[in-house]
Design a protein. Structure first.
Length: 398
């Protein structure tokens, strides 16, 4: 057992027979026209709920959805999520009309073993994000024990994450335990060489994790808009590409320190540029020394994709967080696709760190060919930064 799981009870330690179990799941999924458009997080919650039902538990499930302003909002209601959860579980899921109000209490009181109740969106209650004691009391009153399976929200000290397990015996669900196991391996004992592929829009969002990873990895490959800040730090002119000027010196220092430790830092050789940030803008591939002053980089080029794929193929462990370009647009998806295909084919241990990387690997239908796709982009990054997650701390005993 790695250090992240140390002192954390899991479902192996819980006999749920006849118990009322409060499951904090992460069912924060995208909706369109009242339907779920990507059910990865719902699918990921099913094994824990099913295991508890198989033991004869009565299961009360709770999650947030979107960013309502601490009040009921029909656009963020849980009914579509409950419908999809019911399909996946193959058993009825009753959906409450509120979180801790009269309807939720009545339906919870009526709940029997082998039945499932889904509460309304936790963030309809303003006390959720402030970890309000009264809300935590009301949620804890529904159940005998607490199971946290919401890795994607484990970095938030909210009432349903920190408050409820302070009042009930708490356990890690199957998903949360798996996330901690996998990410703990990357922190403590990764197979070598260890390659990190980092992309996305902003260096500033990833400075801490970058600093931590550069002390652990053997190779880091940088893509996405953040790569242009690295290129400026290396002395390149990058045209109209997005650059965080206030991070250039910091990046230069990080790269120098990494190279001093023997870490190989891979940056783009070529990029795909366009005159405007537009899906239909004409795309041109250029060498990084030839970026026109009026053009912006929106993807890494084929030579860069090939170089990154070669590093991935030779890795013992791979962690990927952040796309190589604007993969949602066909003209600028090739770099991200090349990296995704290399990770899917790699013989080493492969981890996709949630967020846009998880969306990309699913878009390319390669998610079943990697060892682990995290359900929590922010949470996975905070763990790899070396931070303690409030949701994990709340479960730890001893």
């Amino acid at each position: 057992m790695n250090a992240l799981l140390s002192g954390v009870p899991t479902l192996d330690d819980l006999d749920a027979s006849g118990k009322r179990v409060f499951v904090r799941a992460d069912l924060n999924v995208p909706l369109r026209d009242g339907r779920v458009t990507d059910d990865l997080r719902i699918q990921s919650s099913v094994p824990t709920i099913r295991r508890l039902l198989d033991q004869g538990a009565a299961v009360i499930v709770a999650s947030h959805l979107g960013r309502p302003k601490g009040a009921p909002d029909p656009a963020y209601g849980m009914a579509p999520v409950g419908a999809r959860l019911q399909e996946l579980l193959g058993t009825e899921v009753v959906v409450a009309a509120d979180v801790v109000g009269d309807d939720a209490r009545a339906k919870a009181d009526a709940l029997r073993p082998w039945q499932v109740l889904l509460l309304e969106n936790l963030r309809f209650e303003p006390g959720e994000t402030s970890n309000d004691d009264a809300l935590a009391d009301a949620l804890a009153a529904f159940a005998d024990v607490y199971v946290d399976d919401a890795f994607g929200a484990a970095h938030r000290a909210h009432a349903s994450i920190s408050g409820v397990p302070a009042r009930l015996p708490g356990y890690a669900g199957l998903l949360l335990a798996r996330e901690l196991e996998v990410l703990g391996t990357l922190l403590e004992d990764p197979a070598r060489p260890y390659v990190a592929v980092l992309g996305g829009a902003k260096v500033s969002d990833k400075l801490t994790v970058l600093d931590n990873l550069l002390q652990r990895v053997d190779v880091v490959a940088v893509g996405g808009a953040m790569a242009f800040t690295f290129l400026v730090a290396e002395g390149h002119a990058v045209g109209a590409s997005r650059v965080e000027e206030d991070q250039v010196d910091t990046v230069r220092e990080l790269v120098a320190a990494a190279r001093d430790r023997g870490v190989e830092v891979l940056l783009p050789h070529d990029v795909v540029v366009a005159p405007t940030f537009d899906e239909h803008a004409p795309a041109t591939m250029v060498h990084v020394d030839d970026i026109p002053a009026d053009q912006m980089g929106l993807d890494v080029g084929p030579a860069t994709g090939h170089a990154y794929a070669e590093a991935i193929r030779g890795a013992g462990s791979v962690f990927w967080n952040g796309p190589m370009g604007v993969f949602e647009w066909a003209a600028f998806e090739a770099g991200t696709r090349t990296v995704a295909q290399a990770i899917a084919a790699a013989p080493g241990f492969t981890v996709v760190g949630g967020g846009d990387s998880a969306a990309a690997i699913r878009q390319f239908r390669l998610d079943d060919q990697v060892d682990h796709v995290s359900t929590g982009g922010g949470a996975s990054l905070e763990l790899l930064e070396g931070k303690q997650l409030p949701g994990v701390v709340a479960l730890r005993r001893g």
